[in-house]
Ligand binder design. Structure first.
Ligand SMILES: CC(C)(COP(=O)(O)OP(=O)(O)OC[C@H]1O[C@@H](n2cnc3c(N)ncnc32)[C@H](O)[C@@H]1OP(=O)(O)O)[C@@H](O)C(=O)NCCC(=O)NCCS
Length: 159
C-alpha cells in the first residue's frame, strides 16, 4: 500500500463502517485521518499494509497492526482484511492472507489476532483456512445500530 491507495482504502472501509456491524467504527474516515493512520506501517518491522490492485483499482487490503499499546504486547499483532463486496468469495482474501503472514514470519512476532464481530462467516472461514484457531469469545462487547454484537478472537501461532 502507498499513499496513492488511501482514498480507495478509505472508501472500502467506509462502506463497511456505514452499512455493517463488521467494523465497530461509527463515523466514516476522512482523508486527514487516513494520512495519519498510514504512518503506523513500516514494512521493515511488524506492521505491514498490502493492497490487491488491478489497473490501479484497489479490490482489497491486508494489514498487521499493533495489538495493544503496552510494550510487552509487542510480539502480538492484530490482522485485518477487507475486500470490496464484488471481490469477496473468490479466493482473494486467502491470497492476501498468505502474502501477509508470509512476509511477517521472519519478524519477531509470536501471535497474530483477528477480532471478528459476529456473525461474519466469511471472515471466520478465511482465518480458519489460514490456520487461525479460536482463542476467545467476548459476548455483547460492542453496540452498533442499537444492537449488541459478540466478538470472536482468533489467533495464529507463529511458533
Ligand atoms: C472476510 C474476507 C476478507 C474473506 O476474503 P474472501 O476472499 O471472501 O475469502 P476467500 O474466498 O479467500 O475464502 C477463504 C476461506 O473462507 C471460506 N469462506 C469465504 N466466504 C465464506 C462464507 N461466506 N461463508 C463460509 N465460508 C466462507 C472459503 O470457503 C475459504 O475456505 P477454504 O480455504 O477452506 O476453502 C472478505 O469476505 C471480506 O472482505 N468481507 C467483508 C469485510 C470483512 O468482513 N472483513 C473482515 C473483518 S474481521
Amino acid at each position: 500500500m502507498t499513499s496513492a491507495h488511501l482514498s480507495q482504502v478509505k472508501d472500502i472501509y467506509n462502506h463497511y463502517i456505514k452499512h455493517t456491524h463488521i467494523n465497530f467504527e461509527t463515523n466514516p474516515y476522512n482523508d486527514d485521518y487516513m494520512l495519519e493512520w498510514f504512518e503506523q506501517f513500516d514494512h521493515s518491522g511488524r506492521y505491514h499494509a498490502y493492497v490487491a490492485v488491478e489497473n490501479e483499482q484497489v479490490f482489497g487490503f491486508a494489514l498487521s497492526q499493533k495489538f495493544r499499546p503496552k510494550p510487552a504486547y509487542s510480539t502480538s499483532i492484530e490482522v485485518t482484511f477487507y475486500l470490496t463486496e464484488a471481490a469477496a468469495g473468490k479466493g482473494l482474501g486467502k491470497k492476501l492472507g498468505h502474502h501477509l503472514l508470509g512476509n511477517l514470519k521472519h519478524q519477531d512476532i509470536n501471535r497474530a489476532y483477528a477480532a471478528i464481530a459476529l456473525p461474519n462467516a466469511a471472515s471466520v472461514g478465511l482465518h480458519k483456512s489460514l490456520g487461525f484457531i479460536e482463542a476467545a469469545l467476548l459476548s455483547q462487547v460492542g453496540r452498533k445500530f442499537d444492537k449488541f454484537y459478540d466478538v470472536a478472537y482468533l489467533e495464529y501461532q507463529f511458533s
